[in-house]
Design a binder for this molecule. Structure first.
Ligand SMILES: *[C@@H]1O[C@H](CO)[C@@H](O)[C@H](O)[C@H]1NC(C)=O
Ligand SMILES: *[C@@H]1O[C@H](CO)[C@@H](O)[C@H](O)[C@H]1NC(C)=O
Length: 139
């Protein structure tokens, strides 16, 4: 009995501390994201590390970063003019993941958020989404 409890505790602690498995973007998508990312850094004046801080998610919230993110997602046809994500196109990125159902659910929930403008909208949804999904993206 005591061993069962111990084993259970150990497994729970390990489970809670395990970092989510990184999902590498398919090469074709990654290349496009990098290309658009460097254009968007120039266009918005965002810091040189803005893209590597977006994937995986570590982008701090300010106007410049929000504009960068809008530019990046728009350039990859993932959002509309209001900053909301296209469900089909976004879900497709996670098609090969065993966690695709979780990502679809998170997207539906986060894509319902409201913000003061299209830049804040895309930031808030992305931040919500990466906070909910059990995987991290890598380039
Ligand atoms: C997260 O971003 C900040 C800058 O906003 C940077 O200083 C820090 O090194 C980044 N962390 C990681 C893990 O990339
Ligand atoms: C936004 O945050 C970045 C760090 O991620 C920083 O380099 C930049 O100066 C900030 N911009 C504004 C307008 O605060």
């Amino acid at each position: 009995m005591i061993y069962t409890v111990l084993l259970f505790t150990v497994l729970c602690v390990l489970g809670a501390n395990a970092s989510p498995a990184p999902l590498k973007l398919p090469t074709q998508i990654a290349e496009k994201v990098k290309l658009v990312g460097s254009q968007c850094i120039k266009e918005t004046g965002a810091p040189a590390d803005a893209l590597t801080n977006t994937i995986p998610w570590n982008l701090s919230e300010n106007e410049t970063n929000e504009k960068f993110l809008f530019c990046l997602c728009k350039g990859n046809n993932l959002i509309n003019d209001e900053g909301y994500f296209d469900y089909e196109k976004t879900v497709k990125i996670f098609a090969n993941s065993d966690k695709k159902d979780d990502t679809a659910k998170a997207l539906t929930e986060c894509n319902a958020l409201k913000a003061k403008d299209k830049y804040e909208t895309v930031y808030k949804i992305t931040d919500c989404f990466f906070g909910k999904i059990p995987i991290t993206l890598s380039l």
